[in-house]
Design a protein around this ligand. Sequence first.
Ligand code: SF4
Length: 352
Amino acid sequence: MTAVPDPIPRLRKALLAWFDASGRALPWRLGAEGRRDPYRVWVAEILLQQTQVARGLHYYDRFLEAFPDVGALAAASTHAVLKAWEGCGYYARARNLHRAAGIIAADGFPSDYGGWLALPGVGPYTAAAVSSLAHGEARAVNDGNVRRVLARLYGEARPTDAWIQARADALLSPVRPGAWNEAVMDLGATVCTPKAPRCAACPLAAHCAALATGTPTAFPAPKVRAAVRAVEAVAVLIGNGQEAVLERRGGGLLGGLMGLPTRELVPQETAATALEALCKRLDARPGELLGQVQHRMTHRQITLHVYAAASSLPRQVVATAALSRLDHKALGLLRTRQDSLFAAPLMGRSSI
Ligand code: SF4
């Protein structure tokens, strides 16, 4: 009986040849294969989690301009780091990046997967990405792109994390692990896309079980999403678009960030009673409703009722504070309102 040839070497060769010819030229891919700049790769991997590369490039460039190396990041204030992170969401990642930079500035860059994994905010995906790309270590990455490509390649509708990791480990090129990881990521991002895979242009088409079924997009089956919780809150704007009373928030609603004083509605509470309670805490006088803003987070849909208020509390310069997108939207209400007031006849203008 003739032995069936192992398809993995052919599959590796096909994907790596495609990557060499068509891989994306990304700013953190400077330097030789397996010798990428660890700082750039690490920042990119943390910053681009949950963000598409095309959308995140602007944030990456802005962050690298502010902190061109790990020493600059370690020496920066938390405030400056959060400011440079503005718009990227998930601010805990910026805080961890900053803490880890302090450790690296003191001890040097980790030299392997285990060293990266020990840093704050670095999980198995990032540790595998940085150690393979920057140090040439044979560690397979496992993220959404990898999951989709491997589920389709093997025709597996409901892959578990352990299943994906086992397949990714088996396929990883021992000779070019960093390039292999980048190749799978690029294939998932540019060819084997979620809704419209370009199978005719895919270097893995000859090996792909999902393509053979005729319905590649059925793999993997959609995940059952956690319910999105509706959250209502009130915020007060004491000041104007340039200077306003800001607080560091506690609790689950963007906790840890600076923003307009806010109160999340508790059961049985209305926006009016929540405003009253918030103003009582601040010793402020409530004013008129400026409007509502909607903000979607991973598991929450926030409706924020924004009111004007008066108080003698000290104000801060808005432009230099690290504010969430929710607060920028709330401040945007004031700008919209001022624009419409200036467009209206002078009579009946009010000041906030
Ligand atoms: S052949 Fe199609 S479904 Fe299969 S890996 Fe390539 S792009 Fe994805």
